[in-house]
Structure formats: C-alpha cells, structure tokens
Design a protein around this ligand. Structure first.
Ligand code: C2E
Ligand code: MG
Ligand code: MG
Ligand code: MG
Length: 295
C-alpha cells in the first residue's frame, strides 16, 4: 500500500495523497467497525442462515440445501458473507461462527426431517482457517452428534485453496470425516489450483462447478467443453457433480443432457429464510421442464 501512496504523490501532488490517505482511513475504519460488531454478533443473535435448494434435474425433487450465512447488524443492516467472512477469517472469528453455522444448519435439517422431508441433505461452507485447525474433525463430529442429525445428511464444502496447504494431512482429515459418513465436496471447482493430481489423491464425493463456467456455457463452446470435461472426469472418479449459479432454462437443459446430478441457482430459487424454504419445498411438485422433443 505504501507504494501506491508514493505513486499518488509523484503523479498529482500532495492533495491527491491526502485524498488517498483519507480513503484508506475510511476503509480501515469500516473494517474495524465490522470486526468489532462481529465479535458480539453471535451472542447477540444477529447471525442467521438462508437456505438455497439443490435439485435433481431429472425428477425436479429438492434433494438438499446449502446453508449460507447472513449477518443482520443493527447498525449496518443485512450484510452479505462476501463483506464479513474475509474479516472473520483474518481475525479468527470464523471458527466460532463456523461452529454456529454447522450446529444451526444441522438442527434445521433435523427439524425438516421431522416434518416429513426426511431425505434432505444439508451442505455447509468451511473456510480454510477452520479446516487447518488441529481439532477440526473432533469439533465437526461433536457438533453433528449434539444436533441429533445423522452425519450421512451432512456435506462440507471446501474450496481448493483450503486443501492444498498440506496434501497428506488433508487426505487424512477427509478420510476421518468420511469414515463418519460425512460427505466432502469441493466448492467453486475450477477457480483455484484444480490440479488433476490433487483430484486423484483427495477422497472427495462431490464437485461443485463454479458459476463462472455455467454463466457462459450456452454462449461459448469453450465453457461448455470445460463443463462437459469436469462432469466426465468426476464421473470416472465416482464423484457427483453439482452445478451452481444456474440462472436460465438453457443452462439447465445443457446440464441435464450432460448428466449433471444436481443443480443450484436463481433459476429455481435464491437462498431463502427457513419459513420460505419450507413453503418452497411444500409447493414443489411439478416437473422442471416440459418433456423436450429430441432431435
Ligand atoms: P458459495 O459457497 O460458492 O455460495 C454460492 C453463492 O452464490 C451464494 O452467495 C449464492 O447466493 C450465490 N448464488 C447461488 N445461485 C446463484 C445464481 O444463480 N446467480 C447468482 N448471481 N448467484 C448465485 P452468498 O450467499 O452471498 O455467499 C457468498 C459466499 O460466501 C459463498 O460462496 C461462500 O464462499 C461464503 N459463505 C457463505 N456462507 C458461509 C459460511 O457459513 N461459512 C463460510 N466459511 N463461508 C460462507
Ligand atoms: Mg458453497
Ligand atoms: Mg460456490
Ligand atoms: Mg464461493
């Protein structure tokens, strides 16, 4: 940052430097405000989860949901995870928040099971900072156990960056989780260091194809090819594929033809508060697409 400040001085004199310094100051302040607020957010009950449905394209059935955290700050309103998760990660608060997310999501899933939706699976995002903690597996296992939900209904979404610190250690952790029946997925697949060598070594159950590939797959052959290739590799390795960020019927159709197992995106639903999610699953009985004529 010092370099940029110097550059500003040379470029357009002192005024612009002052301007820049003020802007920096505001950014630092905003960060501090968020961090201070975050420290009390859990105890004050300001965190909440929304749930985005995951559907099976063939049947149109809702097979599960991804839990996505939001922060309802009294000062700043509803804050999206993109704005506070990085700060929670840097400050270490993510460990506590992550525990709360997992506990809350498992309890919610169990409640829905008891209402009759008893095959719903719940997936939860895990930050690198949580994953590399020495007691990660014990924490996860204990939290799931305390919730009363069978671990077979729980999926942990890890990103590629979380996995590549220490490959041997990562493989061990994944195996311990899988022995308990927990499902492991790789989130935002294709955006990190998606080395095929890693993929070969990691005992992963599910690949979630990143939205960026889904966005352009209808328009660009390259993206369609990447998506088809990811699905092919995953299936050869006995992994399932979830497409995320599906927004249109065309994307949906291509993914269905490509035998993608599950779909998640605004085309079906945004992440919903629990009551709305309940209404969504109660009302969903129609097929997704009219039977398309085959050419
Ligand atoms: P993610 O895990 O990749 O979650 C998917 C994000 O894409 C969600 O954003 C979701 O609302 C959005 N999305 C889903 N379908 C569509 C679509 O069709 N179009 C568009 N434009 N967006 C779509 P959200 O909820 O803002 O979360 C952003 C990220 O924050 C998540 O990305 C995840 O990395 C992180 N995050 C959310 N909740 C948690 C959490 O509890 N713990 C941790 N560690 N990270 C979390
Ligand atoms: Mg995710
Ligand atoms: Mg993702
Ligand atoms: Mg993401």
């Amino acid at each position: 940052k010092a370099d940029t400040a110097m550059y500003h001085i040379k470029e357009s004199g002192r005024n612009s430097f002052q301007f820049f310094a003020e802007e920096m100051n505001q950014k630092v302040n905003a960060r501090l405000t968020i961090e201070t607020g975050l420290r009390r957010a859990l105890e004050k009950g300001e965190m909440l989860l929304h749930y985005q449905p995951r559907l099976e394209p063939g049947t149109g059935a809702v097979v599960g949901m991804e839990a996505l955290v939001r922060w309802n700050s009294p000062d700043m309103g509803l804050i999206s995870p993109a704005d506070f998760i990085p700060i929670a990660e840097d400050s270490g608060l993510i460990v506590e928040i992550g525990d709360w997310v997992l506990a809350t999501a498992c309890c919610q899933a169990l409640e829905w099971h008891r209402m009759g939706h008893d095959s719903l699976r719940v997936s939860v995002n895990i930050s690198a900072r949580q994953f590399v903690g020495h007691d990660f597996v014990d924490r996860v296992v204990r939290i799931i156990e305390q919730s009363g939900l069978s671990p077979h209904f729980v999926e942990l979404e890890l990103t590629e960056t979380a996995l590549t610190h220490n490959v041997d250690e990562t493989v061990k952790i994944m195996n311990r989780l899988r022995e308990r029946g927990i499902t492991i997925s790789i989130d935002d697949f294709g955006t990190g260091y998606s080395s095929l060598n890693y993929l070969k070594r990691f005992p992963v159950d599910v690949l979630k194809i990143d939205k960026s590939f889904i966005d352009d797959m209808v328009k660009r052959r390259e993206d369609a090819a990447i998506v088809a290739t990811i699905i092919g590799i995953a299936h050869h390795m006995h992994m399932k594929v979830v497409a995320e960020g599906v927004e249109t019927a065309e994307q949906m159709k291509l993914l269905m033809e490509g035998n993608c197992e599950e779909i998640q995106g605004f085309y079906f639903s945004r992440p919903l508060p629990p009551e709305e999610f309940e209404r969504y699953i109660a009302g969903r009985t129609v097929p997704l697409l009219p039977a398309a004529p085959r050419e």
